[in-house]
Design a protein around this ligand. Structure first.
Ligand code: DGJ
Length: 736
């Protein structure tokens, strides 16, 4: 078992292959945190709990005259307000008597094989080859009767621990939950930095690194989605940690709505991190017997820097998260109509695009926004999922047949969660959108948000989308969501339950996805929210890939995809070659580089191929051929960030290495040039040091040791924004 309980020392020991996580029940029943880090032998760690009489640190009643025991500074697993711990709490409640105290003491625990169940929400699953054990520790508040069940699952070989909390009102009276974090971890005094990924529409997941100083540092979303602005993922690392050195801890939340990741450095320079649903605007009313389930947090630890930490997430999210069979299938190369035609198309125009795409070697044609209802721009039509016969005379089924006749599969765009005021759906059901009584509603992209906290709205959507999917032969669906949520108020909930609306919306969305996506295993679903505004593990549970950003400029994508790579694997990231000057930035980047950058993900096209010249078409054909030839390494290989677009102004580089280390692709893009430039080298990673490799473009053969320590030259004849991919093949595994 990877989980043990030492009854003598009352210690829980959770062990992955390379990490240990320990907690201990105090003499008064509190669950104290002992250790999280590199794997250590099973020894008594009681010496780590240092108690001391400290001024202004209250002592719990059960400690009697012992003035050294205080929750003000002890490391805890699940901290609550009101009993002398003043740091950011894991839980906040409002009891029926108006008090805001939850004092959870260990009542019981259970260790079992397999993963804990998590109802109604996405979570990572144990695969047939995974050894997974689980622990549940029940903390009970004697006065209110409420209980928090802390759940842990250990994915031993994947070096990951998942966590969640179930809160149950086992008391006799109703109460309100105001905050419930999925995971809390307390660190001893030390110097830490937080890395997180912030941004905005068309510039998502920029790399941000901040030292943890006294006070609270938090990131999160209250936009109803996980958001473009912050991703539900953060890394805590020791000061100075880099790709290959340093202790790094990852916290990723499997959730697609409002989230909070907060870290507090306290008066004693200790650090606490909390991860969970954002308490801003949240409350959950619990009648006796009712419970609330927090979403899952996925924790990983690396003692050897950021690359190893990313690998842990890549492995588990690639293999254990997505429920669609497509997660493990090769993905088609798509051509998408959005940047090619926007709203301005008819059957003929689309078929011309498709015809040219066949010639390029594309596999699937996607019809983006504008095919339904009255939709000639983004001001109307959302909600009316009936084909617009003025644009598509033969309907979706006719277009799909014509596309299939050319040898391409067919896909379609939908935005189910939204409604336009100028739509039949809104005219029939004005009460179906989120809107507070008597207050004028807030528009975003001139559209409103359907109230997915309502079962009737969800059921309507399930029927509508399933209708589209049965009406025509459709192999691919791009599921979009194009505004931040506001006016969070649901017509069906009583006043005391309005704080539940945002979370109920997410649960409703997951229900719709359960009924649509998981019921159509033959359809490949691609997530999207104005690009990467909902790039999170919750969505990846349903949709194996996500449109990474509406910014298709290859230079800007270097940063966006760099940030994304810290937690999400390459084969979840959809990336397209588009035309230049780029529609978002006006920049011109050579077609070759656009291909190199798009191939650092799931390659596709976002352009009108009828407007390409022969040279460009040839380049696209060659990109698709190359990508398909190397698909296994790109999609399933190990990933290395070699040169960061933030730290190296001149060249950004990354590397894909096959699992057996026999083949590798090294991609480099020049981001700046100087006159009479220095010769630069890029040091490779992940190779077999003792084996020899043949390198495209270099005479002779070189050992992995040489290539990883001396590097390979960055071709000096590349101009600004030009790039290259170098292929390496092992020629002699024994080094003879
Ligand atoms: C936002 C998406 O990110 C785009 O790719 C496109 O599908 C538009 N929405 C369509 O409205």
């Amino acid at each position: 078992m990877s989980i043990k309980y030492n009854a003598d020392s009352k210690t829980f020991i959770l062990e992955t292959r390379d990490s240990s996580y320990l907690m201990k029940v105090s003499q008064y029943g509190n669950l104290l945190h002992l250790y999280y880090g590199s794997r250590i032998p099973d020894e008594d760690l009681d010496y780590l709990i240092k108690v001391q009489d400290r001024g202004f640190s209250p002592n719990p009643n059960e400690a009697g005259n012992d003035r050294t025991f205080s929750l003000d500074y002890l490391a805890q697993e699940f901290s609550s307000d009101g009993k002398g711990d003043y740091r950011i709490p894991s839980i906040e409640v409002l009891n029926c008597d108006g008090s805001q105290i939850f004092s959870g003491k260990v009542e019981s625990h259970r260790i079992y094989r397999g993963k804990y169940p998590l109802k109604g929400m996405p979570s990572v699953q144990a695969g047939p080859d995974d050894s997974v054990d689980s622990l549940e520790v029940r903390l009970k508040d004697k006065v209110s009767g409420a209980a928090a069940v802390l759940c842990y699952s250990v994915f031993e070989e994947k070096n990951v621990i998942t966590r969640t909390v179930r809160f149950i009102n086992c008391g006799q009276k109703a109460m309100k939950l105001l905050k419930l974090m999925s995971a809390t971890v307390d660190y001893k005094a030390s110097e830490y930095e937080m890395i997180h990924f912030s941004g905005r529409h068309v510039m998502e997941r920029e790399f941000v690194r901040v030292p943890m100083q006294s006070g609270i540092h938090s990131i999160g979303s209250s936009r109803g989605t996980s958001s473009h602005q912050y991703n539900p993922f953060a890394i805590l690392c020791e000061k100075g940690a880099n790709e290959d050195w340093g202790r790094c801890y990852g916290y990723s939340l499997v959730y697609s709505g409002n989230f909070l990741i907060e870290a507090e450095r306290d008066q004693f320079r200790q650090l606490r991190i909390n991860v969970g649903v954002n308490p801003k605007g949240f409350s959950w009313f619990l009648e006796p017997g009712e419970e609330f389930q927090a979403p899952e947090a996925v924790m990983a630890y690396s003692g050897n820097g950021l690359t190893e930490l990313s690998k842990r997430y890549h492995d588990i999210y690639r293999e254990n998260l997505c429920r669609s069979p497509y997660a493990k299938k090769p993905r088609p190369v798509v051509i998408n109509s959005w940047e090619a035609a926007y709203f301005d198309f008819d059957d003929e125009k689309l078929l011309e695009i498709a015809r040219e795409a066949v010639d390029m070697g594309v596999d699937l044609f996607v019809l983006d926004d504008g095919w339904f209802g009255k939709r000639d721009d983004d001001n109307s039509g959302l909600g009316d999922w009936k084909v617009n016969r003025r644009k598509l005379r033969t309907g979706i089924s006719g277009l799909s047949e014509a596309v299939h006749a050319m040898g391409l599969d067919f896909g379609i765009w939908i935005e189910p969660e939204m409604v336009s005021e100028d739509s039949d759906l809104y005219r029939a059901h004005p009460d179906w959108c989120l809107k507070a009584p008597e207050r004028p509603m807030t528009r975003g992209r001139n559209q409103l948000v359907l109230d997915l906290s309502r079962r009737d709205v969800c059921d309507y959507l399930i029927e509508a989308i399933n209708g589209i999917l049965t009406e025509a032969r459709i192999e691919y669906v791009k599921w979009d969501m194009n505004r931040s949520i506001s006016d969070v108020w649901s017509g069906l909930l009583p006043a005391e339950r309005q704080g539940e609306t945002a979370h109920r919306y997410v649960l409703g969305l997951y229900y719709v996805m359960d009924e649509v996506i998981l019921k159509h295993p033959d359809v490949l679903f691609c997530g999207c929210s104005g690009g990467g505004g909902r790039y999170d593990p919750g969505m990846l549970y349903y949709q194996p890939e996500i449109w990474c950003s509406d910014n298709t400029d290859a230079k800007a994508r270097l940063k966006i995809q760099y940030g994304t790579s810290f937690v999400y694997p390459v084969n979840t990231l959809e990336s397209h070659v588009s035309v230049c000057p780029n529609h978002q930035t006006g920049r011109t980047v050579p077609i070759g580089t656009r291909g190199i950058v798009a191939m650092n993900g799931i390659l596709g096209y976002e352009l009108d191929p009828t407007l390409l010249d022969n040279k460009e078409k040839k380049a696209c054909r060659e990109q698709i051929r190359f990508y398909k030839e190397h698909y296994e390494i790109i999609a399933y290989g190990d990933y290395y960030r070699l040169e960061s677009p933030y730290e190296n102004l001149y060249v950004t580089a990354w590397q894909h290495v096959s699992r057996d280390r026999k083949h590798s692709l090294v991609s480099m893009v020049i981001t700046d040039r100087e006159g009479n430039d220095a010769q630069r080298y890029v040091k490779l990673k992940g190779l077999d040091a003792k084996a020899y490799y043949q390198i495209e473009g270099l005479e002779g053969r070189y050992s992995g040791a040489v290539l990883m320590n001396a590097g390979i030259p960055v071709p000096n004849d590349l101009n600004e924004y030009e790039g290259t991919v170098v292929c390496l093949d092992m020629i002699n595994p024994c080094g003879q």
